[in-house]
Design a protein around this ligand. Structure first.
Ligand SMILES: [Zn+2]
Length: 166
């Protein structure tokens, strides 16, 4: 899979937050770049740059090496962007999404759901028995809900996600 802007934006905003997307896009393909240059190019303070770079580091998207500045005598970090880890993280994020959808699908397939005619709330069978099939909100009788469409939609989403990572 190509490392597109869209892919980087998605993965970084999920893993770190939307505030780190711009710097990640800037860093794409860069190695051994001084944080002073990063801050200057991004037009942000060195503290802001470091904060974002460390957030990316915690998500395994950057690595760094401290180097002593020969002229000024202080230490600055040089950063690498770990392009390959975007793909790894993307895969992980997809797998997590699939897992959540599978759990949801499983719940839909194993339970019967009930709802009143006003569609106040949808409850599972056990809960419906507990309240004698009377809606908690409006008191109307609750009937079984056909969830075949929900099951269909969930299955479709799972298939779509699975094919996108294979
Ligand atoms: Zn109701």
């Amino acid at each position: 899979m190509r490392l597109t802007k869209k892919l980087i934006s998605e993965v970084v905003s999920n893993a770190v937050g939307i505030e780190a997307v711009d710097i990640a896009l800037y860093l794409k393909g860069k190695k051994d770049i001084s944080e002073l240059i990063i801050a200057k190019d991004m037009n942000i303070s060195i503290q802001e740059a470091r904060a974002l770079l460390y957030k990316l580091y915690e998500a395994h998207l950057t690595s760094f090496e401290r180097k002593r500045d020969k002229h000024k005598g202080w230490h600055i970090s040089h950063w690498d962007f770990l392009d390959d880890n975007i793909h790894k993280l993307n895969l992980e994020q997809h797998q997590n999404k699939i897992l959540l959808l599978r759990n949801r699908l499983d719940r839909e397939q194993k339970n019967e759901f009930y709802m009143c005619g006003h569609a106040c709330a949808r409850v599972d069978f056990d809960k419906a028995v507990e309240v004698n099939f009377k809606c908690n909100e409006c008191g109307a009788l609750m009937n079984p809900v056909d969830n075949s469409r929900t099951i269909e939609v969930l299955s479709g989403k799972i298939q779509e996600l699975e094919s996108s990572i294979n």
